[in-house]
Write a protein that binds this ligand. Structure first.
Ligand code: P6P
Length: 335
């Protein structure tokens, strides 16, 4: 039984046995993400200071090489996961190809790969809007001890063994699932400890928030246009409320707590959709489904989409089961 105010470390130990694969590696993996999240949180919260804003390649007032925060976040998560010797490979939004971790060493018995968006929504940093880290964990499909291969990463979302996000907002939270529900932990920055604050997170049965960048309206598919008109119509519990932060983690986190749907359709600028299947949509979908919601590409379960490439983009609709099902019906009726 989860106990409010339990620390993340205590929670992991208490729930270690419930995870069927668990040999402690996954627990150590979550612990390493916890550490990296605290380090990145410190830098993100400093970002308002003049010496850390700015683009990669600049130098700050001390003349130090300036790192963009998403490059910094990438480095921290890769360093932490590598140092703890837990995974055999990492794929990141910040790297074109996947990173092989000691997998040329036949003694490397690590069986997990991690896919990560180190700092999603980083363009919001300069305007002090919350951002997030998103991660997805799979068991490798190639033989343990052999070099990790692309096929270890190109797995359907339904094969994930864990997924989560860190939201660097008014407070910093780590929210994750290993397939046994979704739990949220809030960081007490004074002592650097995450405490269980949101046990067994579940979408409310009904939702009335829709999150979409309506600036792209002219390019939306007919079904999305029809659904938006449905949301805005005065009938029953509608019109719904429009809320859009422009940060996937923040919009989805709010919708999971208050009830709502996040939509990122294909647009003229992004004809396949903007969001990345492997390290944005699949982990958010795993969490959404574990919290009683639904995640779709408009026509099918997003976690059933067969990945073709590492940085593949897809249209993404995620949130309350009833709201996403209604969206799908509009997509079907308005081809
Ligand atoms: P737009 C951030 O860049 C991101 O990947 C998501 O976090 C966010 O929901 C979306 O893009 C915002 O995109 O086109 O509305 O600015």
């Amino acid at each position: 039984m989860s106990k409010i105010n339990q620390t993340l470390g205590e929670f992991i130990i208490d729930h270690q046995s419930s995870f069927k694969y668990s040999s402690g590696e996954l627990s150590r993996l979550i612990n390493s993400i916890r550490l990296a999240a605290k380090v990145v949180n410190y830098e993100v919260n400093k970002a308002g200071l003049v010496d850390i804003l700015g683009d990669f390649g600049d130098t700050n007032i001390q003349g130090e090489a300036q790192q963009k925060l998403d490059v910094y976040a990438h480095d921290k998560f890769v360093q932490t996961l590598t140092k703890r010797n837990i995974v055999c490979g990492i794929a990141s939004e910040e790297e074109d190809d996947f990173i092989s971790i000691n997998s040329l060493d036949a003694n490397n018995q690590n069986k997990y790969v991690v896919l990560i968006d180190p700092l999603d929504g980083s363009s919001n940093i300069d305007v002090n809007v919350s951002v997030g880290t998103i991660f997805s964990v799979y068991r490798r499909v190639t033989p343990i001890g052999s070099p990790v291969l692309l096929e270890d990463f190109l797995q359907k979302g339904s094969q994930q063994v864990a997924a989560g996000y860190v939201i660097y907002g008014t407070s910093t939270m780590l929210v994750y699932t290993t397939g046994y529900g979704v739990n949220g932990f809030t960081l007490n920055p004074a002592i650097g400890t995450f405490y269980l604050s949101h046990p067994n997170m579940q979408f409310p049965d009904l939702g009335n928030i829709y999150s979409i960048n309506e600036g792209n309206y002219v390019h939306f598919p007919k079904g999305v246009k029809a659904y938006l008109k449905y949301c805005q119509m005065e009938e029953g519990d509608r019109p719904y409320t429009s809320r859009y932060i422009g940060s996937l983690v923040s919009d989805c986190h709010r919708n999971m707590i208050k009830g709502g749907i996040y939509l990122y359709p294909e647009t003229m600028q992004n004809p396949a959709g903007k969001l990345r299947l492997l390290y944005e949509c699949n982990p958010m979908a795993f969490i959404t489904e574990q919290a009683g919601g639904k995640a779709s590409n408009g026509f099918k379960r997003i976690m059933e989409v067969e990945p073709q490439t590492l940085h593949q983009r897809v249209p993404f609709y995620c949130g309350n089961k009833k709201m996403v099902s209604t969206l799908e019906s509009f997509m079907k009726e308005n081809p």
